[in-house]
Design a binder for this molecule. Structure first.
Ligand code: GLN
Length: 314
């Protein structure tokens, strides 16, 4: 039943003419074929349902910010909030003016400036290689899959052209809110964004946020709740209100065209389609999640309690 629903959504998305615009400000991402689409759902039962190009690898980009935040909260706890806020923002993900307005304390950990700070925080005085190994270890453990890797060509491509991120990092450092050199922090940040995985792997990697992973929890329940709250309010940048309105569950997007969405206690959902809307979020990915949410009644704002097919009522 769930397989039929997601196959129908996949077929509908494959027929869409307007697929959005692939991120071309990172040269290596500009040549991705926008006709690709994948959707994958992991349930509390351990079952997984996928459709489309679910095994095709893509660039995680900003979805990696969820995992660096998980590590940072585990390590620093409340102390992290001295350096970065937890309020949504009306500005684009890479806004420069926003950092000045907030006096170098970015509004949230998902805008680029905030994510760069989180990377600085988990880098501590350390070695980027070790921090990236820790991050990969975390994502692999979450997905239950040791084959997930960083694409160094994508990282180098962004390092060479990501002038806005260099500007943001230099500004943060001038405010005294970056402990490592800009070079070290951005070298790490560009590599974390260049982690590649498939839609099926991403859905599995998100299970810890839905509380449906097998084995011991990867992070404390308090941190899961806080990350989900931030995904709900800030996960789609200045498109977060629209996403809450249309889909209604915590989710984080990346300019590689992926979105990781969480139905707390019930499901981890990943979707991928490389074309983006004007907010830099996957156009068809958002559309597909909206369809899925409406068909299954997933929105957390539904007045009726939902029940996923194959999941017993609580
Ligand atoms: N690496 C990208 C950047 O910093 C990530 C942005 C995104 O996915 N929204 O611009």
């Amino acid at each position: 039943m769930l397989q039929t629903i997601i196959d129908e959504i996949g077929a509908q998305m494959r027929g869409e003419e307007d697929r959005g615009k692939v991120a071309d400000y990172i040269p290596e991402l500009s040549c991705i074929d926008p006709r690709q689409f994948a959707l994958s759902v992991c349930l509390a039962s351990g079952e997984q349902f996928s459709t489309g190009d679910a095994d095709q690898h893509f660039s995680m980009q900003s979805i990696s910010k969820v995992f660096t935040l998980a590590i940072a909260l585990g390590r620093l706890g409340e102390g992290l909030w001295r350096r970065v806020g937890r309020e949504p923002s009306n500005s684009a993900f890479n806004s420069i003016v926003e950092v000045e307005l907030s006096a170098g304390r970015p509004r949230n950990p998902f805008m680029n400036a905030g994510a760069i700070l989180v990377t600085d925080a988990i880098l501590a005085k350390g070695v980027p290689r070790h921090t990236l190994a820790e991050l990969l270890h975390f994502i692999r453990a979450a997905a239950g899959d040791d084959s997930i890797l960083i694409n160094p060509v994508v990282a180098a491509s962004e390092k060479a052209t990501g002038d806005r991120n260099w500007a943001l990092a230099h500004y943060l450092r001038s405010c005294g809110n970056l402990t490592n050199t800009v070079d070290l922090v951005l070298g790490t940040y560009f590599h974390q964004c260049a982690i590649e995985l498939s839609c099926a792997q991403l859905a599995r990697a998100g299970r810890f946020l839905a509380g449906i992973q097998s084995g011991p929890p990867l992070i404390a329940a308090d941190n899961v709740r806080n990350i989900n709250a931030l995904m709900m309010t800030c996960g789609h940048y200045d498109g977060s209100g629209e996403f809450a309105f249309r889909v209604g569950i915590p989710a984080k997007s990346g300019v590689g065209g992926g979105i990781l969405a969480v139905v707390p206690g019930a499901a981890s959902i990943a979707v991928w389609s490389p074309g983006l809307n004007s907010f830099g979020n996957s156009k068809l990915g958002t559309q597909a999640l909206e369809l899925l949410s409406k068909r299954l009644g997933l929105s957390l704002f539904e007045p009726e309690p939902f029940r996923l097919p194959g999941v017993a009522a609580a």
